[in-house]
Design a protein around this ligand. Structure first.
Ligand code: PAF
Length: 288
């Protein structure tokens, strides 16, 4: 496995892969790799001749006051995990190379970034994500790129960006991987203080409650949201950021549950922001 830190070397390597007509999978990450990332890496290495992950804690997607400084960084363990999961190249660029001091350009997907995390963290968060992912696509030239469904809005936004900017890449969204007790895997889980860990399940429980209501025939999103919100707010140390029932394509709130919907939520617990979601229609799926 190679580690590439230099942008020109990454470009040359990508060119070599393309010239030899090999397919290339890219898993963009910010490191602190967990089983969710590992599932993306394994899929990428199974489906492509060359599998690349990027590890870059992207400063532009953290808004002022967010956890850029405390975001977990576990370089040695990440290298080992990548090597064991079929990765051929780790691309690990330096912030000053990705964002030279004179750079003035960003990539922005407009409508889809207004709701959910775009509303609570600000659209600037997604501007940072799409800018760095566009740069990674340009540098790595992947045939396929892999993202997790846990960041459902991010996946939809990146799919839109790839279409709108004609990136010749297939975006593949992989299922959420969960801890044995159901907590969605996230690099930020490492920062949950132990005394809050059990209570962090409240978001997952609320989503499951939402699903049970739909399964029981409830079609009014307000009734479902209220029940889920009450469950979360039963714990007064948890801050409910948002809980929304939206179309999985437009990310706009729905009036009635007569088609597939995305129920997505974000909470803050013990100083850590967690997100989770489920996709559900009036006829299921009932499991994820
Ligand atoms: O999902 C993430 O880890 C990041 O948002 C991404 C896609 C690697 C961009 O920095």
């Amino acid at each position: 496995m190679r580690i590439i830190e230099n942008l020109a070397e990454m470009r040359e390597t990508a060119k070599g892969i393309a010239v030899s007509r090999r397919s290339c999978g890219l898993v963009p990450t910010m490191g602190a790799l967990h089983d969710g990332h590992l599932s993306l890496m394994r899929r990428s290495s199974g489906e492509n001749d060359v599998s690349i992950i990027s590890i870059f804690v992207n400063p532009t997607q953290f808004m002022p006051g967010e956890d850029f400084d405390s975001y977990p960084r576990t370089w040695e363990a990440d290298v080992e995990a990548a090597e064991k999961n079929g990765v051929d190249i780790i691309f690990h660029p330096a912030p000053e190379d990705m964002y030279p001091s004179r750079s003035q350009t960003s990539v922005m997907v407009h409508g889809l970034t207004r709701s959910l995390c775009g509303m609570s963290r600000g659209q600037g968060h997604f501007r940072g994500v799409t800018t760095v992912v566009a740069k990674l696509f340009n540098l790595v030239q992947p045939t396929r790129a892999y993202f997790g469904q846990k960041d459902a809005q991010q996946a939809v936004v990146i799919q839109r960006m790839a279409l709108d900017l004609n990136f010749p890449v297939e975006i593949i969204v992989c299922p959420i991987v969960r801890e044995t007790d159901g907590l969605a895997m996230s690099s930020r889980n490492r920062n949950i203080p132990p005394e809050y860990r059990q209570r962090a399940l409240v978001l997952r429980q609320a989503l499951q409650l939402g699903r049970e209501l739909v399964q029981g025939g409830e079609t009014d999103p307000v009734v479902i949201s209220n029940a889920m919100g009450e469950h979360i707010l039963g714990d007064n140390e948890i801050e409910l950021d948002y809980l929304e029932i939206v179309s999985p394509e437009t990310l706009e709130t729905v009036e009635k549950l007569d088609d597939l919907v995305l129920i997505a939520g974000a909470i803050k617990i013990g100083g850590v922001r967690l997100i989770d979601n489920i996709l559900i229609g009036p006829n299921g799926p009932w499991e994820d």
